[in-house]
Design a protein around this ligand. Structure first.
Ligand SMILES: [Zn+2]
Length: 227
């Protein structure tokens, strides 16, 4: 199961002609989708928002608010008074070219309200409807937001600027940190441990919230079809 994202634009070939890129779904999954299947997912809210309604074709945003699976992560010292509820993330999957109708029929089976009017849409399918995505979580931000935006597949807005806070994962930096991990004055890398890039080759993919939200839309809400 994977969303049809836009492929990254290919580099210009020698001779000046740009290569026409073609889409291959599985290569966009940066992490193995099987890693995500354990996350139980019931969105706190689910909104269906049609966009650019014109003729009978439109984009349709599925917007879910997904609760963090680690509710006690931010609990403060002493237990009492700590946050019992973890962060929630707004997760958007925008399917493009969804077909709408003002009347319900065999094709347009799903109902939604839009500006006080009832509308019916044809369930988007993963194979046919391309999708744009966005999630508020840190994993999406640090690994996927910039490459997804470059590919033209960010659902809304512009990518948040990412400033690296940890030193490069080099042998020299690692040695410097190990020799003197906490002394900022004498340690050229500061007092932060070097970390490798989370997504060094800017592969396209998405976080577990988007994955789980998509699974929910298909398996429970039955609003999206596999093929
Ligand atoms: Zn996420």
């Amino acid at each position: 199961m994977s969303l049809k994202l836009r492929p990254l634009k290919k580099e210009m070939k020698k001779g000046g002609k740009s290569k026409v890129s073609s889409y291959t779904p599985p290569r966009f999954l940066y992490r193995d989708a099987n890693e995500y299947t354990e996350l139980p997912i019931i969105p706190k809210t689910l909104d269906l928002i049609p966009k650019k309604l014109k003729d009978d074709i439109s984009d349709l945003d599925f917007v879910g608010v997904i609760k963090s699976e680690e509710p006690n992560r931010k609990k403060q010292k002493g237990g009492l008074g700590g946050k019992a509820i973890g962060p929630s993330y707004r997760t958007t999957i925008k399917f493009e070219n969804v077909k709408f109708s003002e009347t319900k029929d065999k094709v347009h089976t799903e109902e939604l309200e839009f500006k006080g009017k009832k509308l019916y849409f044809k369930k988007p399918t993963l194979a046919k409807n391309s999708a744009k995505i966005r999630c508020q979580c840190a994993d999406f931000f640090m690994k996927f937001e910039t490459p997804i935006a470059k590919a033209g597949s960010l659902a809304y807005g512009t990518p948040r600027p990412y400033v690296r806070k940890t030193p490069e994962w080099t042998l020299g930096n690692m040695r410097a940190w190990e020799e003197n991990p906490w002394n900022k004055k004498t340690n050229p890398t500061g007092n932060r441990k070097p970390y490798p890039h989370a997504n060094p080759t800017d592969k396209l993919g998405y976080c577990k919230h988007i994955h789980s939200f998509l699974a929910y839309l298909m398996d429970n809400a039955k609003l999206v079809k596999q093929s």
